[in-house]
Design a protein around this ligand. Structure first.
Ligand SMILES: C[S@@+](CC[C@H](N)C(=O)[O-])C[C@H]1O[C@@H](n2cnc3c(N)ncnc32)[C@H](O)[C@@H]1O
Length: 279
């Protein structure tokens, strides 16, 4: 067994990272071994990187079985969805603006039939808040979404297999058409055509892996619209200069593309709705 196989095996044996996409563990591990050949140091550096891009967003391990039971037994689906979204820092931070976030950013779009939520975290649970036509065949009574034409399909991906499994169970339970998959955007960028691609607060994480990941994604994925957002506070609560820094990064990503965009600034998030030239 070579050093890289040993590194991957060690990371996959750890409680915190055992569910992370093996492709990402291998890619990060290979880079770390290239700069620090001692296995122990490379394992530590790989774990640090995985923490920065994913692990840091969990304050505690999520009990997905319990979350699913809550969804099965609740009398208030939307309230329960909010409670579950609070278990991941990124969706929790969006809860205070959830009622306005999608309603505002997506207000002017024509009917959306397909959504691809990249590096999704628990955000697929926010589906009833997207103005997407019907969310489900059996709409929760208190859902706020607008008039249905047909049911939109919602695809999502992230690097955590346990989270993806839970999202599939939840979508199936709620009758929402769509699917979640384990996908590492560093090694496996999607290429399917979609109406709307969501890349929410993921650019800073992906940039930490490799600043070419997001430009490659924008090149490879034919989406009519992109909703791209950035946090305005760090996980530790600091916000100095973040809006300017991330806005600069967004403008850099748009350079050389003949795309137009609208900017939206919310209390906890800076968002851009991008219209590409794809019909
Ligand atoms: C800040 S969170 C954003 C989550 C979600 N988009 C939202 O806005 O609530 C960043 C997400 O990126 C995911 N992620 C990190 N690296 C990734 C990669 N290489 N490929 C796919 N997803 C990744 C993490 O697991 C995490 O869910």
């Amino acid at each position: 067994m070579d050093q890289l196989d040993k590194l991957v095996q060690t990371i996959q044996a750890s409680r915190k990272y055992r569910h992370v996409s093996p492709a990402l563990v291998r890619a990060v591990g290979a880079r770390e071994l290239a700069v620090r050949p001692r296995l122990k140091e490379a394992v530590k550096a790989t774990k640090n990187k995985l923490h920065q891009v994913g692990g840091a967003y969990f304050e505690a391990a999520i009990d997905y079985e319990r979350a699913l039971t809550e969804l099965e037994t609740t009398t208030s689906i939307l309230e329960t969805l909010r409670q579950i979204m609070a278990l991941h820092s990124s969706t929790r931070e969006r809860l205070p603006i959830l009622d306005e976030f999608y309603a505002t950013t997506l207000a002017d779009l024509p009917p959306i039939h397909t959504v691809l939520d990249l590096a999704c975290g628990l955000n697929p649970l926010a589906r009833p808040w997207l103005p997407l036509s019907k969310t489900t065949r059996a709409e929760p009574a208190e859902a706020t979404c607008t008039e249905p034409a047909e049911v939109a399909v919602y695809q999502a991906s992230d690097i955590y297999a346990d989270m993806v499994h839970f999202l599939n169970q939840a979508m199936s339970l709620l009758g929402w058409p769509g699917q979640a998959t384990v996908r590492d955007l560093l090694t496996d960028p999607p290429t399917e055509s979609v109406d709307l691609a969501l890349l929410l607060k993921a650019v800073p994480c992906l940039d930490q892996l490799d600043r070419e990941v997001v430009p490659r994604l924008l090149d490879s994925l034919p989406a009519k619209y992109w909703l791209i957002s950035f946090p305005v506070h760090s996980l530790g609560g600091r916000s100095k200069g973040m809006v300017e820094t991330y806005e600069g990064r967004f403008v850099e990503l748009m350079n050389g593309r003949n795309w137009t965009y609208q900017r939206f600034q919310f209390e906890t998030e800076l968002a851009f709705l991008v219209r590409t030239q794809i019909e």
